[in-house]
Design a protein around this ligand. Structure first.
Ligand code: SF4
Length: 341
């Protein structure tokens, strides 16, 4: 380990501290909200979600009293929605088992839904000073380069090795500061592509810099298979300008968000195919328009066609078009809703 690693890192952190809303509090509830939101979302994208989340649900009690639909609406567009479902479950448990006092001990946090080692370490180190080191993607990148660690980047051996190196250092300082400094340094200086070795305070001892292998680390998993899916959404508008929607319940993407009637196919379909499909369910329908878009997820690319039809009937449980804004939808569907309203 570089001499005075933690001391130098924390000095850098104090000077380069970012003015982020969750840095101004030690409230474990707010730290938890920020950590969950930022798990899979960049800071610039996650900050507006954090602010509207705290505005709508300022404490764990308020969150526990909300419906899942209300919560999903606030988080609409954020992606990886299982974490949001887990937040709802977690809030209810905290209210019942901890009398609405969000726990700060690692041993209690780790038992709650959606809280793993990373989040429990972050909350316990920031809120109760426990010497638990956080190992996120930024920390993995920084340590893999500093020490030329060749393990696959998210493997358990990589995380164990980093903790072994770092946890001796964390004992010397405020663990919350140490963890936040590590994550910031990895994100701001030892970035994935635009790393700033010329400004790095550790460049003299950095193995990757010395051997000119910065681009090769951390070692990534090879051959992630990306599947292509074809979604056809049928936006069928009745005589009173209402449409039908339902909540997704499959073990698939976008669980608990709303959608129009969906037909997934192996390839793109034609207007004729769309009409044939709907003719079995509706009479006197007329095709109006098609919107199409492509949506990329981590392991999937979705080719989505929205088929807009009008029918000469009145739906029993239809929703009028302006009221669609009250429901949580996946981002691509919400984009199209604004075009049909
Ligand atoms: S010298 Fe470059 S690669 Fe090494 S830790 Fe610093 S920024 Fe990262």
């Amino acid at each position: 380990m570089e001499n005075n690693f933690a001391k130098k890192l924390i000095e850098w952190y104090k000077i380069n501290l970012r003015d982020l809303p969750w840095r101004k509090t030690n409230d474990p509830y707010k730290i938890w909200v920020s950590e969950i939101i930022l798990q899979q979302t960049r800071i610039d994208q996650g900050t507006p979600y954090y602010l509207s989340f705290i505005n709508k649900f300022p404490n764990v009690k308020k969150l526990s009293e909300s419906t899942l639909d209300e919560l999903m609406k606030v988080c609409q567009g954020i992606g990886y929605y299982n974490r949001i479902v887990n937040m709802h479950k977690c809030a209810k448990i905290v209210v019942i088992e901890y009398n609405s006092n969000f726990p700060t001990k690692y041993s209690e946090l780790i038992k709650l839904p959606g809280i793993g080692d990373y989040t429990a370490s972050a909350i316990s180190s920031i809120c109760s000073g426990e010497s638990k080191m956080v190992v996120d993607g930024n920390v993995i990148r920084l340590f893999s380069r500093l020490y030329n660690l060749n393990y696959q980047q998210h493997s358990s051996i990589m995380k164990k090795t980093i903790k072994k190196i770092g946890e001796k250092e964390i004992l010397k300082f405020n663990s919350g500061d140490f963890n936040q400094a590590l994550m910031d340094y990895g994100s701001m200086i030892c970035s994935p592509k635009k790393y700033k070795c010329d400004k790095c305070i550790f460049s003299k001892s950095c193995e990757a810099f010395k051997f000119d292998i910065v681009d090769e680390l951390p070692v990534k998993k090879k051959n992630i298979t990306i599947s292509q899916r074809f979604f056809n959404y049928f936006v069928v508008i009745d005589k009173s300008l209402k449409v039908k929607i339902h909540k997704r319940k499959e073990k698939d993407i976008w669980n608990n968000l709303y959608e129009f009637e969906l037909l997934e196919t192996n390839n793109k379909i034609s207007v004729k195919d769309a009409e044939t499909y709907l003719e079995e369910k509706h009479q006197r329908l007329s095709f109006k328009k098609k919107h199409q878009l492509s949506h990329k997820l981590t392991h999937q690319v979705l080719s989505i066609d929205f088929w807009i039809f009008e029918v000469d009937e009145v739906f029993k449980y239809g929703i009028d078009l302006p009221s669609l804004n009250n429901y949580p939808f996946p981002k691509p569907i919400f984009t199209i809703i604004s075009k049909i309203q």
